[in-house]
Write a protein that binds this ligand. Structure first.
Ligand SMILES: [Zn+2]
Length: 734
């Protein structure tokens, strides 16, 4: 989870929040387990000369010595790391000298070096190259790490020092970054309950415990409900339209449920189901859709409604205890949007354009239905099926025609690296002497515009069975002038690995993913801050996807595109007709996509802006009320997740945070507009962006940072145009 700044041990937010909103395999972090074990107070683990974590790495950039690290080294290093960290924290808290910035904040930032370097490597391998042994260590250490965090945030003596400095911060003549560190750290303590009376701390812990229990219950109920909700048919004719492979998979799924001779379509987590695209029988489509929609609302053990109604109440009570009117107000205070009102206002402004476009798409679909003499009105369960027909007729885009133009190494070097060279003057040199966690991983040394060596960049692009889904970025070493460290960052993805000797050919979505993740990497590599906890991608959730989504734009910049979209066999550039098709197809179905996302995000906000005094809500009625009030209740565009199966917000820590995917799209598109206004792909533009945004991490208020660079607050207009929801003004087409 993000934002354990003091500890700087957890998976960075860039990883936690990386997948794009259109992708459902978001690697959302597991809920933090309840703290049960005491922190390792007096571990017997001794500094073992054979354990490579016990001394700082001597490799370039302090890169982890993966050639020497064995699986058995992690656990003793984590345990000893926590013990050392806690001893350092105790020493700071019990310092007899009066609290000063230098005797409190500086040592806090420096503390936990062993834990930090161990956890960075550990998170990397457990995410990208895990094993049974590593998973076991993860399970054993997770509750201990949670307790370790509590031991710091709820350390009264430490908080008294932090608060004393916070209260006199304006008189201390601190430089802006140090002042920001004081404010951010203080707020983190307060947000975690440090200021409460002993009685209220107990109350908060009780609420936290109940929430955590119910959240786990929700997850388990939903898992069971989703499994039980699968649609089973006993006549294959009802599944007409499915490919032979899908049909065989359905027969297999039935067998797995001891329903031999039948066919089962298991449910995916979203409202819409992949099979709806192909299913020709309308009654089957309706049955499958309804199975999805009602999955957790059948009464009985797997019904989640009572659980979420109670979670919403608990969260409102937590917020009230901490002095906030609603849960969303509490959670957004340290985000760029700052208040739920701003986030809601932003989304409500998207509604007319999104639903307007969805209505036009619906009209196109109705035409197809009528041409085929369907004799019915479009319903939610028809959308995917007929939209696919519209897509084929309109764009006629064949993936296999495109892929030869996107050979991986070429896209990386002549696309991703090329754009970074044109904008920021960076150059890259592959190194074969830096140890990696798996032989497919490549390492590049990154040189700054003046030729100085500035960072290491690892890429681990190919799918493996022991790698988590989706794509992400993280740091192995964080930049900090206080610690004297330069950035070591990496990108992970799940591209198909070619057979030996064959080229790795990417889809255009894969190309976009590469640019996206590299945008995060730039945020990490350009970091130029003193304190590690404010460095690079350690920013709010509704900001961290800005550099990455912004960097996606360069994939379609004509100069960049022409530089990398070269056929690997013929060495010819992509024909213009094909380029045009790719561009057009990117806006297909955007009204539907945006509407279902905004509807889900507004549901999230609806639940989390209830006050503690509000009565317990009826889930179905509440949901309908929110969608109606926000004018986003198109019958044929249901929310991407219904409240009763919205795992992100009830189980995975995205409560009051689902809007962030949309918010950062706005920043990315509005920010790219600034580039267009100033001549696009130039070094001057890149240097300015780097200096004012990419290098700054979380060292100042993020809304101010954006505004200072952009010259104004972000506008939603470019997003509407870029996402095909609104026509570009004449003379401004992309
Ligand atoms: Zn991302």
């Amino acid at each position: 989870m993000p934002r354990l700044r003091l500890l700087v041990i957890a998976t960075s937010i860039a990883m936690a929040a990386c997948s794009q909103s259109s992708n459902d395999n978001q690697s959302t972090p597991a809920p933090a387990p309840a703290a049960s074990a005491p922190a390792a107070g007096s571990s017997t683990a001794q500094a073992d000369a054979a354990n490579p974590f016990f001394t700082a790495s001597t490799l370039p950039f302090q890169a982890p010595p993966f050639d020497k690290i064995k699986e058995g080294d992690y656990q003793p290093a984590i345990e000893e790391g926590m013990r050392q960290h806690l001893a350092e924290i105790e020493k700071i808290a019990n310092n007899p000298e009066p609290p000063t910035f230098d005797n409190t904040f500086i040592p806090m930032e420096k503390s936990g070096a062993l834990l930090r370097r161990t956890m960075r490597a550990f998170d990397t391998v457990t995410g990208a190259n895990t094993s049974d042994a590593l998973q076991k260590v993860q399970e054993e250490e997770a509750p201990k790490l949670a307790a370790h965090q509590d031991a710091i945030y709820l350390n009264d003596k430490l908080f008294q020092r932090v608060e004393a400095i916070y209260n006199q911060r304006d008189r201390l003549k601190l430089d802006p970054e140090s002042l920001r560190l004081v404010e951010v750290t203080y707020r983190d303590f307060v947000h975690n309950g440090a200021k409460l009376s002993a009685a209220d701390k107990t109350k908060l812990k009780e609420l936290n415990k109940e929430e955590s229990t119910l959240s786990t219950q929700f997850t388990n109920k939903l898992l069971a409900a989703t499994k039980a909700g699968a649609l089973t048919v006993d006549d294959a004719a009802r599944l007409k339209g499915l490919s032979e492979g899908d049909l065989a998979a359905a027969a297999q799924a039935a067998k797995g449920r001891k329903l031999d001779g039948k066919w089962t379509l298991p449910l995916q987590n979203t409202t819409q189901q992949p099979a709806l695209k192909d299913l020709e029988d309308r009654a089957t489509r309706e049955a499958l859709f309804k199975a999805s929609w009602d999955r957790a609302e059948h009464g009985g053990d797997n019904d989640t409604r009572a659980t979420i109604e109670r979670i919403a109440q608990i969260r409102a009570e937590q917020a009230k205890l901490l002095g906030f009117p609603t849960y969303a107000a509490w959670k957004l205070e340290d985000q760029m949007a700052k208040t739920p009102e701003r986030a809601i206002d932003f989304m409500q402004n998207l509604v007319p354009a999104a639903t307007g476009r969805a209505e036009r798409e619906a009209a196109d679909i109705q035409k197809v239905i009528d041409q085929q003499h369907g004799g019915f009105k479009l319903a939610a369960w028809d959308w995917e099926h007929y939209a696919e027909q519209v897509r084929k007729a309109r764009y006629d885009l064949d993936e296999n025609q495109i892929k030869p133009y996107f050979e991986l190494d070429n896209v990386l070097q002549n696309g991703v690296f090329y754009a970074a060279n044109q904008l920021y003057g960076l150059t890259f040199k592959e190194r074969h002497d830096i140890p990696v966690w798996q032989p497919d991983v490549r390492v590049f040394e990154v040189f700054d515009k003046d030729g100085t060596s500035m960072a290491l960049f690892y890429c681990d692009y190919f799918k493996r069975d022991n790698k988590g889904g989706g794509a992400w970025m993280d740091n192995l070493v964080e930049e900090s002038t206080l610690l004297g460290t330069k950035p070591v960052v990496f990108n992970v993805a799940n591209f198909t690995k070619p057979a030996p000797g064959q080229p790795a050919l990417l889809s255009f979505d894969d190309v976009i993913t590469m640019f996206h993740e590299f945008g995060h990497a730039l945020h990490g590599m350009f970091a130029d801050t003193k304190y590690p906890s404010l460095s690079g991608a350690n920013t709010a959730r509704d900001f961290v996807e800005f550099p990455s989504q912004f960097n996606e734009h360069w994939a379609t910049d004509p100069k960049v595109f022409a530089h990398y979209a070269i056929n690997y066999k013929t060495h010819q550039p992509m024909p213009q007709a094909l380029v045009g098709k790719i561009k057009q197809a990117r806006h297909f179905n955007s009204g539907y996509d945006m509407t279902e996302l905004v509807a889900a995000a507004l549901l999230d906000m609806g639940w989390h802006t209830l006050s503690a005094d509000a009565p317990k809500q009826d889930a179905d009625k509440f949901e309908m009320d929110v969608l109606t009030k926000d004018k986003i209740n198109l019958s044929y565009v249901p929310p991407r997740y219904r409240s009763s199966y919205f795992q992100h917000i009830w189980g995975n820590g995205y409560a009051a945070g689902y809007y962030a995917y949309l918010w950062t799209q706005m920043l990315a598109d509005d920010g790219f507009e600034w580039f267009k206004e100033h001549g696009g792909l130039t070094r001057a533009n890149g240097d300015r962006f780097r200096q004012m945004v990419l290098s700054r991490g979380n060292t100042e208020d993020l809304a101010k940072m954006y505004k200072d660079w952009r010259g104004k607050d972000p506008s939603v207009e470019p997003m509407l145009i870029d996402r095909g929801l609104k026509d570009a003004p004449k003379g401004n087409e992309k």
